[in-house]
Design a protein. Sequence first.
Length: 261
Amino acid sequence: MKSVQPEVFLVARPEIDYAQVAAYLHEVGGEKWLEKLDRGDLDDAQNLAEFAGKICYRAWEPGLNPNIVRVRNDQEVYLQNILKQAHGSVLEHISFSFVLHNVSRVMTHEVVRHRPGTAISQESLRFVRLADIPFWFPDWARADDELMKRSTALLEQMEEFQRWMADHFGLDDESVGFGEKKHKTSFMRRLAPDGVATGLLWTANIRALRHTIEARTDPGAEEEIRLVFGMIGELMRAEAPALFGDYVVEDGAWTPRWRKV
């Protein structure tokens, strides 16, 4: 049995083609808006959110839309107003991708319930054969010596059975084709616990992230998913503080100032 700890890796973030944005703004007369933008490594997400909001009203500067007599030029103030007004549709253009590593099937079964605004590619135990059983124990379980003794013994027995099945089916024999390996591996996963650690690539837009971070760090949520989405919340607050800085974190629960964005 291999003891593991859930981890989160942020592997992809938005990237703006500023030349194309400039070409569009030249067409509508909004070049001055582009001149004031910061373009550092971590600014594209917030710049894209502001761009999406301003395109709705042609609010690049006063006068382009006769109904607009003043505009918000401070990006943080502008984005906070988007959150306040629950103008969440503009946040759906900004997506981030995370590898959730060493997370259990228990957790992934709950993550996949959040479908709107997300994409999921999960390690398949139909193809990936188990030799050991990576497993996460929360701190309270580690502190229980009898529980750990019995749990470890059970997991080691299940590992031994996985190895026995692989040998029994001859899966390392060169004569066994991949189709047969897949067929038998699919059966073998039925005899592994839901708590086995696995991994997935999870992509979500800002609107989905805000909802899921709040829902899955709630005190009533399952403890592993609370841990993982707390990590995601910290990453997003660093990536886009104007879009995630309204959260108050108390006892692991992330509560936004503005809900239903």
